[in-house]
Ligand binder design. Structure first.
Ligand code: UGA
Length: 496
C-alpha cells in the first residue's frame, strides 16, 4: 500500500507535504540538512506555527510511515518519487533565488541509482522544470531523461495557517509533465487525497479534480492563481477608494458582488492589502517573466501599485486626522501578515508601523503571536491589546485576529488619549465603535449619516438568516434551507 516517497527540504512546504503524504499511506523519507530543525522535526515538532501539523508529524513518526534524515542517499535509495520542496525566495532583482534548487539538482544527479520521478513543488519561474531536467542530465551524464528520471511539476496551493487542511482537502491537484507514466505514478501518491479517503476523516467528501498538463502550464497555473487572488484584493481596494469618494460602503459592495457566483465573495475583503511571502514574490516573478519577452502586464503592475498605495493610505489618513505624526502615539493591533500565523514577511501591518516610525510617530503594538520584531526595534511590543492602546492618539486594527472582535472597546477607549479607531481590515461594526466613544475610520466605509440605513444592509441580510457574516473574511455563505436562525453570527472562524 502506498508509494515510496522522499521529500527534499523540510521547511514550511516540505514538512507539510511529508506529514500529509505519510498520513495518507505513503512511506516517506524527509531530508533536512539543518541539524536543529532535524532534531525538532524528528520529535514531531515543526519549527514554525502551523495548526494541525505537530499531531500529524507525531502520529506518522510513531506509526513508522515518516522518517526525517540528513542522509540524502538513504532517502533516494528508499524512494521512487522525490518531492523537491526547497525554498525559492525572491532575489534582489525580483527573480526567485534558485541556489537551493541548483544544489538539489546536483545531489539528485549524483544519487540516481534507479528510476525516480522527480516532482517540483517549489514555486519556480516558468520553464524551470526544463532547466532542472537539463541540469540533472548534464551532471548525471545522460542525454535522455527516460533512462534515469522523469520530471513532474506539482504546484502547491497551501495557505499559511491552513496548510494541512489545504493539502489534505485541496480544490484541485495539478500535475504537469511530458511523461504520461510519471503522471500516473504521482497520481498514485495522491490517490487517497484525490479520492478523499483520508484516515481519520468523518463524513463523505467529493473526489478532488486532477488536472494534468504540460510542465509550463502547471507552473503557470500556480503563478496565475496567486496573481489573480492578489488582483481580486487590489480590485476591492481600488473600489474601496472610490466608495470613499462617492459615499458607498465597500463591505456591502463586495458582499453584493460576491453573491454573484461568477465572481465569488472570497478574497474581496478591502483593507490594508495583501502581504506574506508569496503574492508579492510571485507577482514580481510574473512581471519579470513578461519583461523578458518585452511584454507589459499593466493589470499585474496595477495590482502591485494599488497594494503599495493601500499601506501609504493608512499613514496619510492618520496624518490627516492627527495633523502631525511626529510625536503622535499610535497603537497597533496585529503585526503578522495575516491572522493565524507569526509570519512577518512583507506584513502590511509591519510596513505601516515602519512608515509611521519613519514619520516620527511612537508605535506600540500587540499581536497574539509576535513577541519581537528584530528588524524594527522602534516598535514597542506590549503584552495585551489594552496596553498597546494605552495613551495612544489613534488605534489601528492592522491584522484581523478573531480575538480582537471580542475586545472591550470602551476599555480601549478609556486607555487612550485620542479617539481615532482606524479599522484597517473593516472587521468592526462602525456604529458599535462609535458608540464606544471612538471616531471610526475604515477603508472605503465613509460616515454617511443621511444615506446609511439604520443598520448596515450586510447585518440585515445576516439577521434575516439569508447570509452568514464571518468577520475575519467578511464573506458570505448563503445557508441551505432550514439553516440560519436569524442571529448575527460573529464567527471567529479563520476562513483563509
Ligand atoms: C497564498 C495563497 O492563498 C495560497 O494558495 C498559495 O499556495 C500560497 O500563497 C503560496 O504561494 O505559497 P498565503 O500567502 O499563506 O497563501 O496567504 P493568503 O491567505 O492567501 O493571504 C495573503 C494575503 O492577502 C494576506 O496578507 C491577507 O491578509 C490578504 N487578504 C486576503 C486580503 O487582504 N483580503 C482578502 O480578501 C484575502
Amino acid at each position: 500500500m502506498g508509494e515510496r516517497v522522499s521529500v527534499i527540504g523540510s521547511g514550511y512546504v516540505g514538512s507539510v507535504v511529508a506529514a500529509c503524504l505519510a498520513h495518507v499511506g505513503n512511506t516517506v523519507f524527509a531530508v533536512e540538512s539543518d541539524p536543529r530543525r532535524l532534531r525538532e522535526l524528528s520529535k514531531g515538532r515543526a519549527p514554525f506555527h502551523e495548526p494541525g501539523l505537530d499531531p500529524l508529524l507525531t502520529s506518522t513518526l510513531e506509526g513508522g510511515s515518516l522518517r526525517f534524515t540528513d542522509d540524502f542517499a538513504l532517502a533516494m535509495d528508499n524512494s521512487d518519487v522525490v518531492f523537491v520542496c526547497v525554498g525559492t525566495p525572491a532575489g534582489p532583482d525580483g527573480h526567485p533565488d534558485l541556489s537551493a534548487l541548483t544544489e538539489v539538482a546536483q545531489l539528485l544527479a549524483r544519487h540516481l541509482r534507479h528510476h525516480h520521478v522527480i516532482v517540483t513543488k517549489s514555486t519556480v519561474p516558468i520553464g524551470t522544470s526544463y532547466w532542472l531536467r537539463s541540469m540533472i542530465e548534464d551532471i548525471a551524464g545522460t542525454t535522455r531523461e527516460d533512462g534515469l528520471f522523469s520530471l513532474v511539476s506539482n504546484p502547491e496551493f497551501l495557505r499559511e495557517g491552513n496548510a494541512v487542511q489545504d493539502y489534505l482537502h485541496p480544490d484541485r491537484v495539478v500535475l504537469g509533465s511530458d511523461d504520461p507514466e510519471a503522471l500516473v505514478r504521482v497520481a498514485d501518491v495522491y490517490r487517497p487525497i484525490l479520492e478523499q479517503s483520508i484516515p481519520g476523516d468523518v463524513g463523505r467528501r467529493d473526489p478532488i479534480p486532477l488536472l494534468q498538463a504540460r510542465m509550463t502550464t502547471a507552473e503557470m497555473i500556480k503563478y496565475a492563481s496567486n496573481a489573480f487572488l492578489a488582483t481580486k484584493i487590489s480590485f476591492a481596494n481600488q473600489i474601496a477608494r472610490l466608495c470613499d469618494y462617492v459615499g458607498a460602503d465597500v463591505t456591502e459592495v463586495t458582499a453584493g458582488m460576491g453573491l454573484d457566483t461568477r465572481i465569488g465573495g472570497r478574497f474581496l475583503d478591502a483593507g490594508l492589502g495583501w502581504g506574506g511571502s508569496c503574492f508579492g514574490k510571485d507577482l514580481e516573478a510574473l512581471i519579470s517573466t513578461a519583461a523578458e519577452y518585452g511584454y507589459r502586464v499593466p493589470v499585474l503592475e496595477g495590482t502591485v501599485a494599488v497594494n503599495d498605495r493601500q499601506r501609504q493610505l493608512v499613514v496619510d489618513q492618520l496624518l490627516g486626522h492627527l495633523r502631525t505624526l511626529r510625536g503622535a502615539r499610535v497603537g497597533l493591533l496585529g503585526l503578522a501578515f495575516k491572522p493565524g500565523t507569526d509570519d512577518l514577511r512583507d506584513s502590511p501591518a509591519l510596513d505601516v508601523a515602519c512608515r509611521l516610525l519613519g514619520r516620527g510617530a511612537f508605535v506600540t503594538a500587540y499581536d497574539p503571536m509576535v513577541r519581537s520584531v528584530p528588524s524594527a526595534p522602534g516598535i514597542r511590543i506590549r503584552d495585551d491589546p489594552y496596553e498597546a492602546a494605552a495613551g495612544a492618539d489613534a488605534l489601528v486594527l492592522a491584522t484581523e485576529w478573531p480575538q480582537f472582535l471580542t475586545l472591550d472597546t470602551e476599555r480601549l477607549r478609556r486607555a487612550m488619549r485620542g479617539d481615532i479607531f482606524y479599522d484597517a481590515r473593516n472587521v468592526f461594526d462602525p456604529a458599535a465603535i462609535r458608540a464606544a466613544g471612538f471616531s471610526y475610520v475604515g477603508i472605503g466605509r465613509p460616515e454617511l449619516p443621511d444615506a446609511v440605513p439604520s443598520e448596515p444592509t450586510v447585518s440585515r441580510l445576516v439577521r434575516s438568516g439569508r447570509a452568514t457574516l464571518r468577520p475575519s473574511a467578511l464573506s458570505f455563505t448563503v445557508p441551505s434551507p432550514g439553516e440560519g436562525n436569524g442571529v448575527l453570527e460573529q464567527r471567529a472562524a479563520l476562513e483563509r
